[in-house]
Design a protein around this ligand. Structure first.
Ligand code: GLN
Length: 496
């Protein structure tokens, strides 16, 4: 990928006046106009507001100002992150007409770095799902094969970057929602350390698990966006109060001697053969790069899904209580003689889709007086064990390597039972449970029914280990050419 196709290259050309933020945005909107009829990754493009922002950036550049490292780069925003005056639907009928009075911290920070946040990308309703099929406004299609899902819940963001509509997008990851769609769409996606990025303005799903992170075509581009959005925030007391280091500092440092852990549980027989082969070939690449491969064990990989589906729904059930048709959310027309309770029940019953209702019921159940100890408290105890297990393993190695998902993208409509859908996140949920960081990057491809589908390689590092994570990811990227391949339906990322 030459400079022309990277975000830093684009920002440099905008800064030097070779092109403008406004022209770049126009090219981006045109490509969406041309291609998103089939992909359906955008809920809205917010063209007007974005044009105002782009023109302002151009004005400041012309005035000789340094507008920041992301000068004029359009970055798409997942539809569960609020943007002032624009829709934020969270993929839900309940919020179809909601307009936020403020920008999320990440959106404000992108703007401060010179970027042009634009549009809202489709997601599973309230970020619950693994295929973006649970978006109340229709599914998103995978640019590599439009009969397949892009992954979820940030499927719109992943598909938009894969289709070349924009260089980068933001998503949110509660149990895998950045890494899993990145894997299925053949792009880079980062789940930062818990507390690295402010959640202020992210419509909360599981606040002890949620993190916002970037999608991009290359590790360096994703790192640039991560750098821009990271850091302490007075509006989110869970952000880490350490000064934000230069996350790109080690990007070009060779990884000789780096200890790469390969958990035996990650090469499960339940994975597609192509997935296990991709991991083996990545191991080989790391060996050639001079890394030391260490065999490790993570037996609690197996209990991750069970733990996540207690903690996640428990937090969701209490968070989503505010969407009652009175405080937040669409209200149904009151029926004759209907009580307030009926009004709440009908607004929620009609407004939430089936998966969200399932999670609320699950969460309410595990938090209820008779079951709290048996489920919720127990899950918190297992959470501690999972954290300890990672801590132990990170004494033996610097990063962990494995697949992001057990299989490539599945066909839209092909998974009907919830458990099979949940199992897509087998390799991703534990990073959220433990609060560590992870990245998915293009690891290889497989042919299915005559179509080429991408496979994601996942790397994980300890909390605040992003520098090592990014360095190891970039070195793999440099040694391979997977990231340079684009889907037939897509184009190389739009540049003015
Ligand atoms: N697919 C997982 C779920 O449905 C993860 C979602 C997420 O990370 N937001 O809960």
């Amino acid at each position: 990928m030459n400079d022309h196709h990277t975000m830093s290259g684009l920002a440099a050309r905008i800064r030097s006046g070779e092109t403008t933020a406004a022209a770049t945005l126009d090219a981006c909107l045109e490509s969406i106009e041309r291609g998103d009829g089939t992909i359906r990754s955008f809920q809205c493009t917010g063209a007007e507001a974005a044009r105002t922002r782009a023109t302002e950036i151009d004005r400041r550049i012309q005035a000789g100002e340094d507008v920041g490292p992301l000068a004029g780069v359009p970055i798409a925003i997942k539809d569960n992150i609020v943007t002032r005056g624009e829709p934020t639907t969270c993929g839900s009928r309940l919020l179809e007409h909601f307009r936020s009075p403020y920008d999320a911290t990440v959106v404000a920070r992108l703007t401060e770095s010179g970027a042009v946040p634009f549009g809202k990308t489709r997601c599973d309703e309230f970020a619950m799902g693994s295929g973006t099929e649970y978006c109340a406004f229709g599914p998103v299609h995978n640019p590599w094969d439009t009969s397949r899902v892009p992954g979820g819940s940030s499927g719109g963001s992943a598909a938009a970057v894969a289709a070349g509509f924009c260089h980068a997008a933001l998503g949110s990851d509660t149990g895998g929602s950045i890494r899993q769609p990145a894997s299925l769409c053949g792009v880079v996606g980062i789940k930062p350390t818990y507390g690295r990025v402010s959640r202020y303005g992210l419509v909360s799903f599981g606040p002890s698990l949620d993190q916002i992170g970037p999608f991009a075509r290359t590790v360096e581009d994703a790192a640039l966006v991560l750098q821009a959005i990271s850091g302490e925030d007075v509006h989110d007391s869970t952000t880490i109060d350490a000064p934000c280091e230069d996350l790109l500092a080690d990007l070009h440092t060779p990884i000789e001697g780096l200890r790469v852990g390969l958990p035996r549980e990650y090469l499960d027989a339940g994975n597609d053969d192509a997935v296990n082969e991709m991991v083996q070939s990545a191991v080989q690449t790391y060996r050639e790069l001079g890394a030391e491969i260490v065999d490790v064990e993570l037996p609690l990989t197996d209990v991750g899904i069970a733990t996540y589906y207690v903690i996640g729904p428990a937090e969701a059930s209490s968070n989503l209580a505010r969407f009652d048709g009175i405080r937040y959310g669409e209200r149904v027309a009151p029926g004759p003689g209907e009580s307030l309770f009926d009004l709440y029940a009908r607004s929620r019953g009609e407004g939430f889709g089936p998966e969200v209702r399932r999670r609320i019921m699950l969460g309410t159940y595990v938090l209820s007086a008779g079951y709290y100890d048996a489920y919720y408290k127990r899950a918190l105890q297992v959470r501690r064990l999972i954290r300890d297990e990672f801590e132990g393993v990170f004494k033996q190695c610097d990063i962990l390597l494995g697949p992001t998902t057990p299989s490539p993208a599945f066909r839209i409509g092909s998974i009907s039972d919830p458990l099979s859908m949940y199992l897509c996140d087998r390799y991703t949920v534990n990073a959220n449970i433990a609060g560590i960081c992870g990245i998915s990057l293009p690891g290889g491809f497989t042919e299915v029914d005559g179509r080429t589908l991408p496979l994601g390689l996942q790397l994980q590092a300890p909390a605040l280990g992003e520098r090592t994570l990014l360095r190891a990811a970039r070195m793999f990227e440099q040694a391979t050419d997977h990231h340079t391949r684009v889907p037939d339906s897509g184009s190389s990322t739009v540049d003015a």
